[in-house]
Design a protein around this ligand. Structure first.
Ligand code: FMN
Length: 197
Protein backbone atom coordinates (compact mmCIF):
# COMPACT_ATOMS: atom_id res chain seq x y z
CA UNK A 1 0.00 0.00 0.00
CA UNK A 2 1.26 3.46 -0.91
CA UNK A 3 -0.56 5.94 1.32
CA UNK A 4 -1.80 5.92 4.90
CA UNK A 5 -4.54 8.51 5.47
CA UNK A 6 -5.81 9.52 8.89
CA UNK A 7 -9.35 10.89 8.97
CA UNK A 8 -9.61 12.79 12.25
CA UNK A 9 -13.34 13.46 12.27
CA UNK A 10 -15.46 11.26 14.53
CA UNK A 11 -18.26 11.80 11.98
CA UNK A 12 -18.41 9.43 9.03
CA UNK A 13 -18.71 10.76 5.49
CA UNK A 14 -18.88 14.45 6.42
CA UNK A 15 -16.67 17.39 5.44
CA UNK A 16 -13.27 16.02 6.46
CA UNK A 17 -13.86 12.66 4.83
CA UNK A 18 -15.10 14.26 1.61
CA UNK A 19 -12.02 16.48 1.31
CA UNK A 20 -9.74 13.52 1.98
CA UNK A 21 -11.54 11.31 -0.52
CA UNK A 22 -11.25 13.92 -3.30
CA UNK A 23 -7.48 14.10 -2.68
CA UNK A 24 -7.16 10.31 -2.63
CA UNK A 25 -9.12 10.13 -5.91
CA UNK A 26 -6.41 12.27 -7.50
CA UNK A 27 -3.40 10.33 -6.24
CA UNK A 28 -3.75 7.24 -8.42
CA UNK A 29 -2.15 5.34 -5.52
CA UNK A 30 -3.34 2.55 -3.28
CA UNK A 31 -4.37 3.86 0.12
CA UNK A 32 -5.96 3.01 3.42
CA UNK A 33 -7.95 5.35 5.64
CA UNK A 34 -7.67 4.93 9.42
CA UNK A 35 -10.24 6.65 11.63
CA UNK A 36 -8.79 7.10 15.13
CA UNK A 37 -12.29 7.65 16.56
CA UNK A 38 -13.21 4.08 15.56
CA UNK A 39 -9.99 2.56 16.89
CA UNK A 40 -9.02 1.26 20.30
CA UNK A 41 -6.23 3.69 21.23
CA UNK A 42 -5.33 4.46 24.83
CA UNK A 43 -3.78 7.81 25.58
CA UNK A 44 -0.04 8.27 25.97
CA UNK A 45 0.85 8.11 29.66
CA UNK A 46 4.22 9.81 29.15
CA UNK A 47 5.96 6.90 30.90
CA UNK A 48 8.71 6.69 28.25
CA UNK A 49 8.78 2.90 28.44
CA UNK A 50 8.94 3.09 24.61
CA UNK A 51 12.19 5.04 24.96
CA UNK A 52 13.87 3.49 27.98
CA UNK A 53 12.67 -0.09 28.51
CA UNK A 54 11.35 -1.51 25.22
CA UNK A 55 12.76 0.85 22.56
CA UNK A 56 10.21 1.56 19.83
CA UNK A 57 7.39 -0.32 21.55
CA UNK A 58 4.59 0.87 23.81
CA UNK A 59 3.43 -1.39 26.63
CA UNK A 60 -0.24 -0.80 25.71
CA UNK A 61 -1.83 -3.68 23.80
CA UNK A 62 -4.20 -1.83 21.48
CA UNK A 63 -4.60 -0.72 17.84
CA UNK A 64 -1.59 1.60 17.83
CA UNK A 65 0.93 -1.19 17.19
CA UNK A 66 -0.89 -2.01 13.93
CA UNK A 67 -1.13 1.69 13.06
CA UNK A 68 2.59 2.27 13.58
CA UNK A 69 3.35 -0.76 11.39
CA UNK A 70 1.27 0.89 8.67
CA UNK A 71 3.16 4.19 9.11
CA UNK A 72 6.37 2.29 8.32
CA UNK A 73 4.89 0.14 5.52
CA UNK A 74 3.41 3.03 3.52
CA UNK A 75 5.36 5.69 1.64
CA UNK A 76 3.13 8.71 2.21
CA UNK A 77 0.99 10.05 5.05
CA UNK A 78 -2.07 12.30 4.80
CA UNK A 79 -3.55 13.81 7.96
CA UNK A 80 -7.08 15.14 7.48
CA UNK A 81 -8.81 16.83 10.39
CA UNK A 82 -11.69 19.04 11.38
CA UNK A 83 -11.04 21.93 13.75
CA UNK A 84 -12.12 21.38 17.34
CA UNK A 85 -11.32 24.49 19.38
CA UNK A 86 -8.37 25.30 17.16
CA UNK A 87 -6.93 21.81 17.34
CA UNK A 88 -7.49 18.24 16.20
CA UNK A 89 -10.24 16.14 17.88
CA UNK A 90 -9.21 14.03 20.87
CA UNK A 91 -8.98 10.63 19.14
CA UNK A 92 -6.57 12.01 16.51
CA UNK A 93 -4.52 13.71 19.24
CA UNK A 94 -4.26 10.37 21.04
CA UNK A 95 -3.07 8.80 17.78
CA UNK A 96 -0.44 11.50 17.35
CA UNK A 97 0.80 11.21 20.93
CA UNK A 98 0.96 7.43 20.71
CA UNK A 99 3.07 7.63 17.54
CA UNK A 100 6.07 8.70 19.64
CA UNK A 101 7.60 5.16 19.76
CA UNK A 102 8.53 5.68 16.08
CA UNK A 103 11.30 7.95 17.40
CA UNK A 104 12.88 5.23 19.51
CA UNK A 105 13.36 2.30 17.12
CA UNK A 106 17.03 3.22 16.72
CA UNK A 107 16.55 3.49 12.94
CA UNK A 108 17.24 6.70 11.03
CA UNK A 109 19.21 9.84 11.83
CA UNK A 110 19.20 11.50 15.25
CA UNK A 111 16.83 14.48 15.45
CA UNK A 112 18.71 17.71 14.72
CA UNK A 113 21.90 15.75 15.40
CA UNK A 114 21.03 15.13 19.06
CA UNK A 115 20.07 11.73 20.49
CA UNK A 116 17.73 13.02 23.20
CA UNK A 117 14.73 13.14 20.88
CA UNK A 118 15.53 9.81 19.28
CA UNK A 119 15.91 9.12 15.56
CA UNK A 120 13.82 9.84 12.47
CA UNK A 121 13.05 6.67 10.47
CA UNK A 122 10.20 8.44 8.63
CA UNK A 123 12.38 11.36 7.50
CA UNK A 124 11.72 12.62 3.98
CA UNK A 125 8.50 10.71 3.37
CA UNK A 126 5.85 12.84 1.65
CA UNK A 127 3.01 14.13 3.83
CA UNK A 128 -0.05 16.29 3.29
CA UNK A 129 -2.22 18.35 5.66
CA UNK A 130 -5.97 18.70 5.11
CA UNK A 131 -7.85 20.82 7.65
CA UNK A 132 -11.42 22.10 7.64
CA UNK A 133 -13.36 24.24 10.10
CA UNK A 134 -16.82 25.64 10.51
CA UNK A 135 -15.41 29.10 9.88
CA UNK A 136 -12.40 29.92 12.06
CA UNK A 137 -9.16 28.68 13.63
CA UNK A 138 -8.37 26.10 10.93
CA UNK A 139 -4.88 27.66 10.67
CA UNK A 140 -4.26 26.82 14.34
CA UNK A 141 -5.24 23.20 13.73
CA UNK A 142 -2.96 23.06 10.71
CA UNK A 143 -0.08 24.55 12.72
CA UNK A 144 -0.48 21.80 15.30
CA UNK A 145 -0.35 19.08 12.63
CA UNK A 146 2.58 20.79 10.92
CA UNK A 147 4.49 20.75 14.18
CA UNK A 148 4.09 16.98 14.45
CA UNK A 149 5.06 16.29 10.83
CA UNK A 150 8.10 18.56 11.10
CA UNK A 151 9.13 16.85 14.34
CA UNK A 152 9.13 13.53 12.51
CA UNK A 153 10.86 15.22 9.52
CA UNK A 154 8.22 14.29 6.97
CA UNK A 155 8.40 16.30 3.76
CA UNK A 156 5.17 18.34 3.62
CA UNK A 157 4.32 18.60 -0.06
CA UNK A 158 0.90 20.26 0.12
CA UNK A 159 -1.86 21.63 2.30
CA UNK A 160 -5.56 22.42 2.07
CA UNK A 161 -6.64 24.48 5.09
CA UNK A 162 -10.07 26.06 4.69
CA UNK A 163 -13.26 27.16 6.49
CA UNK A 164 -15.73 24.85 4.82
CA UNK A 165 -18.87 25.68 6.80
CA UNK A 166 -20.04 22.07 6.75
CA UNK A 167 -19.89 21.56 2.97
CA UNK A 168 -19.53 17.93 1.90
CA UNK A 169 -17.48 17.92 -1.27
CA UNK A 170 -18.46 15.87 -4.29
CA UNK A 171 -17.55 16.17 -7.96
CA UNK A 172 -21.16 17.04 -8.80
CA UNK A 173 -21.99 19.54 -6.06
CA UNK A 174 -18.68 21.41 -5.76
CA UNK A 175 -16.82 20.80 -9.05
CA UNK A 176 -14.27 23.62 -8.52
CA UNK A 177 -13.27 22.56 -5.00
CA UNK A 178 -13.26 18.90 -6.04
CA UNK A 179 -10.96 19.75 -8.96
CA UNK A 180 -8.60 21.69 -6.67
CA UNK A 181 -8.42 18.76 -4.25
CA UNK A 182 -8.00 16.24 -7.07
CA UNK A 183 -5.02 18.27 -8.36
CA UNK A 184 -3.49 18.30 -4.87
CA UNK A 185 -3.93 14.54 -4.86
CA UNK A 186 -2.20 14.22 -8.23
CA UNK A 187 0.75 16.20 -6.91
CA UNK A 188 0.87 14.02 -3.81
CA UNK A 189 0.66 10.85 -5.85
CA UNK A 190 3.64 12.02 -7.90
CA UNK A 191 5.63 12.77 -4.74
CA UNK A 192 4.82 9.29 -3.41
CA UNK A 193 5.79 7.77 -6.76
CA UNK A 194 9.12 9.69 -6.76
CA UNK A 195 9.97 8.91 -3.13
CA UNK A 196 12.73 6.47 -2.48
CA UNK A 197 14.12 5.90 1.02
C1 FMN B 1 -16.28 20.14 19.72
C2 FMN B 1 -16.24 20.98 18.46
C3 FMN B 1 -15.40 22.07 18.39
C4 FMN B 1 -15.34 22.85 17.24
N1 FMN B 1 -14.47 23.91 17.20
C5 FMN B 1 -14.45 24.70 16.09
C6 FMN B 1 -13.57 25.82 16.04
O1 FMN B 1 -12.78 26.09 16.95
N2 FMN B 1 -13.60 26.60 14.91
C7 FMN B 1 -14.46 26.32 13.88
O2 FMN B 1 -14.50 27.08 12.92
N3 FMN B 1 -15.25 25.23 13.88
C8 FMN B 1 -15.27 24.42 14.97
N4 FMN B 1 -16.08 23.30 14.98
C9 FMN B 1 -16.83 22.94 13.74
C10 FMN B 1 -16.13 21.87 12.92
O3 FMN B 1 -14.77 22.14 12.70
C11 FMN B 1 -16.80 21.73 11.56
O4 FMN B 1 -18.18 21.46 11.77
C12 FMN B 1 -16.20 20.64 10.68
O5 FMN B 1 -16.82 20.65 9.42
C13 FMN B 1 -16.42 19.26 11.29
O6 FMN B 1 -15.82 18.32 10.41
P1 FMN B 1 -16.66 17.02 9.92
O7 FMN B 1 -17.83 17.58 9.16
O8 FMN B 1 -15.73 16.26 9.08
O9 FMN B 1 -17.08 16.28 11.15
C14 FMN B 1 -16.16 22.52 16.13
C15 FMN B 1 -17.01 21.40 16.19
C16 FMN B 1 -17.07 20.64 17.35
C17 FMN B 1 -17.99 19.44 17.41
Amino acid sequence: MDILALCGSPRKNKTTHSVLQAVLDGTGCSSEILRPADMNIGHCTGCLVCKKKTPGKCWQDDDMAMAIDKMFETKGLIIASPTYFGNVPGPLKNFVDRSIPTSYTGKGDPWMGAENHGTRPLKGRPAMILVVSGGADHEKTAANIRLVLEYYEYSIVGEFVEPMGGAVISRDEYPDIYAELFELGKMFGQAVHDYSP
